[in-house]
Design a protein around this ligand. Structure first.
Ligand code: PEP
Ligand code: MN
Length: 340
């Protein structure tokens, strides 16, 4: 059960509620986010929720029988969205396009990317400064100093920055220079990191683990929400299967299922999902058709010279063509009004 509490509820009243629920066989977790105050109550016994709902301090009460609670659409039926100070909104009636290099390489590359984004009316750039690489000898990113430089360039241009955080200690270090923290596929179930990002309060995009189920992804999001942060984006980025003809198997089935199960915005990363530049565009369009709220794309001024993932990275011309097609596909999907 989720109990939404009255704002500014006094401690004693909260304690009374907790005791009452405990008497009814429920253990409770208090959740205070940037927006609301909740009690999540877990128990086996059937209880008449109206009797709990009438208790002092309870604004609203919902029964949610999923393992995850606060991220479930069973209690919050409308799509949630994330609004930024520069006017950008993610989710609910808007298509988000995030584009940029796999790895941030330096000032010149960043400026070229921002110029490309501006020319195409885009306001969100991706780019890793801490890179989780399969081989320890591969390029591992420009690190915190690089992030500070990139962040300054992004701020000067009104561009939001999405970048990966790999460990708990980086959350505080990166906090002031990041607009959206990306949790990579390898850290999708790093619960300490998710907890810390819950406390940090900045938007978090959680990628699905490459061996992670949809339920596991939703539980990862529940970690962030229950630690205090409602600003969460889910991201399908391909899973590992028996197939070897492409880097990962982009599971577009996940999109309508996630949208049905959760109120959170859903992005798709076809660059990692497929790993083959030539087909990234059409899979990005398929993602929009499947119901995605946004796509995140690897784009570089010269993919052949990219420090990582050049094989799946679009050049600026290919990317610009795709942005137009994405918007046209978004319009087409909207014209269906949810009827397929
Ligand atoms: C990335 O986006 O650069 C990245 C490493 O993604 P993933 O965690 O999905 O592999
Ligand atoms: Mn990459």
């Amino acid at each position: 059960m989720i109990l939404q509490l009255e704002k500014g509820l006094a401690k004693e009243k909260l304690q009374q509620l907790v005791s009452k629920l405990s008497d009814n066989g429920f253990s409770t977790s208090e959740v205070q986010t940037q927006f609301n105050h909740y009690l999540v109550a877990i128990g086996k016994k059937e209880v008449d929720i109206r009797s709990i709902g009438q208790l002092e301090g309870v604004r609203d009460i919902h029964r949610v029988d999923d393992a995850y609670k606060l991220v479930s659409r069973k209690w919050r039926v409308h799509d949630t969205s994330i609004a930024f100070d520069n006017g950008v909104t993610i989710g609910r009636n808007s298509l988000s396009i995030v584009a940029g290099p796999c790895s941030i390489e330096g000032e010149a590359q960043t400026l070229k990317t921002i110029e490309h984004l501006n020319a195409n009316g885009l306001r969100m750039m991706r780019g890793g400064v801490f890179k989780p690489r399969t081989s320890p000898y591969a390029f591992r990113g420009v690190g915190l100093n690089g992030l500070k430089e990139v962040s300054a360039l992004c701020r000067a241009n009104g561009t939001l920055l999405v970048t990966e955080v790999m460990q708990v200690s980086q959350v505080a270090e990166m906090h002031d220079y990041v607009d959206i923290f990306q949790v990579g596929t390898r850290n999708s179930q790093n619960f300490n990191l998710l907890d810390e990002l819950g406390k940090a309060g900045k938007p978090v995009m959680i990628k699905r683990g490459f061996s992670g189920t949809i339920e596991e992804l939703l539980n990862s999001a529940e970690y962030v929400f229950s630690a205090g942060n409602e600003k969460i984006i889910l991201c399908e980025r391909g899973i590992r299967t028996f197939e070897t003809a492409y880097r990962n198997t982009l599971d577009l089935n996940a999109v309508p299922i996630l949208k049905e199960k959760s109120h959170l915005p859903v992005f798709v990363d076809p660059s990692h999902g497929l790993g083959i530049r030539q087909f990234v565009g059409q899979m990005a369009l398929a993602a929009v058709m499947a119901g995605a709220d946004g796509v995140i794309l690897e784009v570089h001024n010269c993919p052949e010279r990219a420090m990582s993932d050049g094989q799946q990275t679009l050049d600026f011309t290919e990317a610009a063509r795709l942005y137009g097609q994405l918007k046209a596909t978004w319009e087409l999907r909207n014209s269906f009004n949810g009827q397929f």
